[in-house]
Ligand binder design. Structure first.
Ligand code: F6R
Length: 611
């Protein structure tokens, strides 16, 4: 999730590249770089930090030339640093590449290229593309032909923008699962990963589709399919204002991020699924079965939504790897003298990687001798640096205060970790691992399908108004999701909401269930389904309005609830990933109905760096 820009025309490229990147900093801001061709050579300038650092670096000595590319980075492979910043070049410096996405097979390609004598300067997956171009290039070849050969070798997702000293006067782009837009000008053309970068210059665009390549010159743009067959593209006239464009045409970042979940999940999991479909391979950890045998107890420590991901993670690890897990709120954990020693593994979960309570808890358990593992979304964050091992979620920047795509990618990561541990200690047999991976692979598509029709959820949110109190109930994993659904509603719509383990209601809370009270009842867990239905009956008997969340094909639930929202049928362990989607949407539309500031709820900050 980075930002890409490109320019080719008669003007100086650098001013547009900097201007375009400044509009994309919301997509990534740990480093930035540009490359400009001056008629003889390509000059690359890049630096760690925000764009202004790069601007200062080149001030008074800006790269000259009217063809160039630029990039603002949100690190995935390789920590934020000058060397890992884009653009990347081959050994000769004649091929220049900027890239969004993940080249999944970069490790094997890198090994092959090193064997052939290539020297790598960065830890990124992107750099392999530059060296591959150098490797397959034949004298006199068109750049688009060289690029096409390389695309046949890489696996993964990408928006690639490439220029070369071997074939100048053009920029070649390719798109797979990452956005790429060509802005059409007069005697000049623009390239960007996102529309905000170009709408100051032109509103006429070609939006590239997956599998398409474009050859962009100052006076022409040709689009081809992967086989080199030209495609006639329709011009898309952008009529969004600058603010709407940043949100990709969505009204708020939160809803944009809800819709980004299929992609974020795919990115987080794809490189970690064993190629033969046999299970999960977490190459980042390199644990042996002996390492795992030493772990007698696991603590999961986090705050807020990340804590809720931890609650799901406990179920996963205990169920699949059969290792005891305790989940703790970071601010509580630190002050309760936890029993931690060298046989303890502490897993901290944090989207930002900067949450002060979580960081402090991590430092404390480390000092007590525990092994530590961070699950975070921000490469090079304080928590990532402090932990012994890191598993990155690749959700991309999350801007809305209310966490959505970070949560679902955290669940995916915890699920993969649990399967991986179970594979290592023999608790998950190979057939079971393959079956779980098969179900996991369906999740992005299932979420995508759910997001195609949100009208019924909008209707619930407006019809019930959710004015005062709302209860969320469920058992086992459904309870864990109820916790997250209730937090989402509270934080953005300011409605009082409570999550209860459905079996616990009768021990007190049932006194609050009266006529007309909205209750969201989750019933996706088949092993405990009958018990959940009994609890729903207790609620219904008090004349509450019950909205059931159930698996598709459940013909029974309608008898006990007022309305049902169905989620696609999946393995019970993966149901939280689907069940949370309507809850995120309910919170979003309830907040809209109530006129709340969805992306910046009152009293809250995105990253809580105070205790
Ligand atoms: C809720 C939310 C917060 C965060 C919490 C931890 O939507 O976003 O509850 O989950 O502040 O933040 P991270 O994950 O950055 O440690």
């Amino acid at each position: 999730m980075c930002g890409i820009v490109g320019y080719i025309g008669q003007d100086k490229a650098t001013p547009f590249l900097i201007e375009g990147l400044s509009k994309l900093e919301y997509r990534g801001y740990d480093s930035a770089g540009i490359a400009v061709y001056n008629g003889e050579t390509i000059r690359v300038e890049k630096s760690l930090g925000r764009l202004e650092v790069l601007e200062q670096k080149i001030k008074g000595n800006e790269p000259e030339g009217s063809i160039g590319v630029g990039h603002t980075r949100w690190a995935t492979h390789g920590r934020p640093s000058d060397r890992n910043s884009h653009p990347h070049t081959d050994c000769t410096g004649k091929f220049v590449v900027v890239h969004n996405g993940i080249i999944e097979n970069f490790m094997s390609l890198k090994e092959m290229l090193i064997e052939k004598g290539h020297t790598f300067r960065s830890e990124t997956d992107t750099e392999v593309v530059a060296h591959l171009l150098e490797e397959v290039y034949e004298e006199g070849e068109l750049l688009e032909d060289t690029v096409r050969k390389v695309l046949n070798m890489v696996e993964g997702s990408y928006a690639l923008v490439i220029m070369s000293e071997h074939d100048t006067g053009k920029i070649v782009c390719a798109k797979q699962d990452n956005p790429l837009v060509i802005g059409l000008g007069e005697g000049e053309n623009f390239i960007a990963s996102d529309i905000p970068a170009i709408i100051q210059r032109t509103r006429r665009t070609y939006i590239l589709s997956d599998g398409e390549m474009a050859v962009v010159k100052s006076d022409s743009v040709w689009v081809y399919n992967r086989d080199g067959v030209p495609i006639t593209k329709k011009v898309f006239e952008v009529n969004w204002d600058a603010e709407a464009a940043e949100k990709g045409g969505y009204e708020h970042f939160m809803i944009k991020e809800i819709y980004e979940q299929p992609k974020a999940i795919r990115e987080t999991m794809s490189a970690r699924l064993a190629k033969d479909g046999s299970g999960i391979s977490l190459n980042e950890l390199k644990w042996t079965k002996h390492d795992l045998a030493d772990i007698k107890k696991i603590f999961i420590v986090a705050c807020g939504t990340a804590y809720h991901a931890g609650v799901v993670g406990k179920y996963y690890i205990e169920k699949l790897a059969r290792i005891p897990v305790e989940v703790d709120i970071a601010s509580e954990f630190r002050y309760r003298s936890p029993l931690v020693d060298k046989d303890t593994l502490a897993i901290v979960i944090s989207q930002s990687g900067e949450t002060s309570d979580t960081l402090a808890a991590l430092k404390e358990v480390k000092a007590m001798g525990a092994r530590t593992l961070a699950v975070t979304n921000v490469v090079g964050s304080s928590i990532a640096r402090e932990a012994d091992n890191v598993l990155y979620t690749w959700a991309g920047p999350e801007i809305a205060v209310a966490s959505t795509k970070a949560y679902t990618t955290q669940l995916i990561m915890m699920f993969m970790l649990a399967v991986y541990m179970g594979q290592l200690n023999g608790k998950v047999a190979p057939e079971r691992a393959a079956e779980l991976v098969e179900a996991l692979k369906q999740v992005p598509t299932q979420i995508h399908e759910m997001l195609e029709d949100v009208e019924p959820i909008k209707t619930f949110a407006t019809k019930y108004g959710f004015n005062e109190d709302v209860f969320f109930v469920g058992r086992s994993l459904d309870y864990a999701v109820a916790l997250e659904g209730s937090l989402k509603l509270k934080e953005i719509s300011y409605i009082h909401a409570e999550a209860y383990a459905a079996g616990e209601l009768k021990h007190g809370t049932l006194a609050l269930i009266v006529e007309g009270i909205p209750v969201i009842a989750l019933a996706t867990q088949e092993d405990i389904y009958d018990k959940t239905v009994n609890n729903i009956k207790e609620i219904k008997a008090r004349d509450a309005v019950v909205i059931g969340i159930a698996l598709e094909g459940d013909k029974n639930i309608a008898k006990y609830v007022d309305h049902t929202i169905f989620v696609p049928r999946t393995n019970s362990l993966l149901a939280p990933l689907l069940a949370v989607i309507p809850l995120q949407l309910l919170a979003y539309y309830a907040a809209i109905t109530r006129g709340c500031d969805v992306d910046k709820p009152r009293n809250l900050a995105k990253s809580v760096t105070v205790e």
